[in-house]
Design a protein around this ligand. Structure first.
Ligand code: ATR
Length: 281
């Protein structure tokens, strides 16, 4: 019987997940299909019950349902609990188990770019929303010693400080002005906000005037592949990391939860970049 996997989100029309998962299933010789389901917010519970009723083998969950689905699952893994959001559901014989692969997907993409240990790096995170929560949790779980968070609304950064501290990572929240003036102190700068995402491609979350050459500047955004922030970073001698790696890694980790197999991440990357009209990752 064909195994069916799905994406629960709203909207889902532009998602690249069906493309890369269906390709990975074919490459693995699996009789499986992945379909994007547009689920309205008031129908999240019915959609999760639908996973059981229709015996879907697994799902991804995306904006805006990553928090709402948690109430209807049978079990939630520790990292997803710490992040407070689920992006992957595994149907284990009718029991639905929730995971979150976003944060780890990001950290793996950063490690690939860095090519050296992360623990002692001085890291600045821009933003304190859901995406930041995933990144901060994964960095802290990875053993990063110290984190700085800057956010428009400083109080929201405080919740993230608590997560980091509970995982033995020192953390402080600073204003955007302070972050801009101390920019040269950071080894890695990570934008987790949607500032600069298509169609608002002329916006940037931070001025990079004081960027030290060699600093890694990383954007979770992958549409456009090179945001204004990354363009400016490259012009100032920074090393840049776009959001394609995180997107592909979170998908690959979901695929591993569902199948126990590792998909070809390079091929996934190429497919995403090709359909976004870019030339490199
Ligand atoms: P996500 O789940 O994508 O992280 P979110 O939880 O709504 O989305 O968080 C969005 C993040 O981007 C927040 O840190 C938000 O700042 P606030 O906490 O002050 O709202 C930040 N953000 C979004 N638009 C912004 C803007 N125009 N200027 C500054 N920060 C912005």
């Amino acid at each position: 019987m064909t195994k069916v996997f799905g994406l629960l989100g709203h909207p889902v029309g532009h998602s690249k997940s069906p493309l890369i998962h269906n390709d990975a299933f074919s490459s693995a010789g699996m009789d499986a299909r992945y379909h994007a389901f547009d689920v309205k917010p008031e129908q999240v519970k019915a959609a999760v019950e639908g996973i059981r009723a229709l015996q879907l083998a697994g799902c991804n969950v995306t904006v805006p349902h990553k928090i709402a689905v948690m109430d209807f699952l049978d079990e939630i893994d520790d990292e997803a609990k710490q992040i407070g959001a689920v992006n992957t559901i595994v149907n284990q014989g009718g029991r639905l188990i929730g995971y979150n692969t976003d944060g780890r997907g990001y950290v793996e993409s950063l490690l690939e770019e860095l090519g050296e240990p992360l623990a002692d790096k001085n890291i600045l995170v821009i933003g304190a929303g859901g995406a930041a929560r995933g990144v901060v949790t994964a960095l802290a779980r990875h053993g990063v010693a110290r984190l700085t968070i800057t956010n428009r609304t400083l109080e929201k950064a405080n919740a993230l400080l608590d997560i980091a501290k509970s995982l033995n990572t020192e953390a402080e929240a600073i204003s955007r002005d302070d972050a801009e003036s101390k920019l040269g102190e950071y080894d890695v700068i990570i934008n987790t906000t949607s500032i600069g995402m298509s169609p608002n491609t002329d916006e940037s979350p931070l001025s990079l005037k004081k960027l030290a050459p060699g600093t890694i500047v990383s954007d979770l955004i992958y549409n456009p592949i090179e945001t204004k922030l990354l363009k400016e970073a490259a012009q100032r001698g920074g090393r840049t990391l776009n959001g394609v790696g995180m997107f592909v890694n979170q998908a690959a980790l979901s695929f591993e939860h569902w199948t126990g197999m590792k998909p070809n991440r390079q091929r996934m990357k190429e497919l995403v970049v090709e359909t976004l009209g870019g030339t490199s990752c």
